[in-house]
Ligand binder design. Structure first.
Ligand code: ZN
Length: 198
């Protein structure tokens, strides 16, 4: 992008590293930012650096939080004996939006994918197994309904069932291959309600 001065080129290049942002969108965003009031730009940059610096994994469920424990794990009204396993914090948010799930979560930060070289030790499975040493009645596996999500569900089931804890899988109301985060609340609730034992 030699037609832009180096500072603008740099901004465009940084923005184009974000997922889903192609070169054209990056240029549009760069010029949008240049036209923003200076305090708003400082607010945007500050939010990014501050979140990156302070946000970490919840010590219980591994979702992102800025304290030791996330608000859901800290909530005594939730059913801590029921753990829903999801692939990422966006899936957790999708299920929270239904407002129907009273249990707690466990965020894997990925799914097992032999094709991509992602094995069980690359996701937050050992943290889940540690939690299951406490009082837990049921593990609901709500990984995506695709090859990786199903592989992960089967793996979890094989690990958890021998301990004597019930393992269930969300129902097929979730379309095959569909990402949980893009599914509407009613469908998600139905998938949860209709879950089946593994
Ligand atoms: Zn938590």
């Amino acid at each position: 992008m030699e037609f832009y001065s180096s500072q603008i080129s740099n901004l465009v290049e940084q923005l184009s590293r974000l997922p889903g942002i192609g070169s054209k969108t990056a240029q549009r965003l760069a010029f949008f930012i240049l036209n923003m009031p200076e305090d708003q730009v400082a607010g945007l940059a500050g939010a990014m650096t501050s979140a990156k610096k302070n946000v970490r994994y919840c010590k219980q469920c591994c979702t992102y939080t800025d304290g030791d424990i996330c608000p859901i794990c800290a909530n005594e009204k939730r059913n801590h004996r029921q753990i829903m396993v999801v692939e990422n914090p966006r899936d957790l948010a999708a299920y929270e939006k239904t407002g129907k799930f009273e249990g707690v979560y466990h965020v894997l930060h990925g799914a097992i994918s032999p094709m991509a070289g992602i094995g069980p030790s690359d996701i937050r499975l050992s943290e889940l197994m540690v939690r299951l040493q406490g009082d837990v009645d049921e593990v609901i596996v709500a990984t995506n309904k695709n090859l990786e999500g199903d592989t992960t569900a089967t793996y979890i089931s094989k690990l958890v069932k021998p301990i004597g804890i019930k393992v269930s899988r969300i129902a097929s109301g979730v379309p095959s291959g569909g990402d949980i985060e893009y599914i509407d609340e009613v469908t998600l609730y139905k998938a949860l309600e209709g879950r089946t034992d593994m």
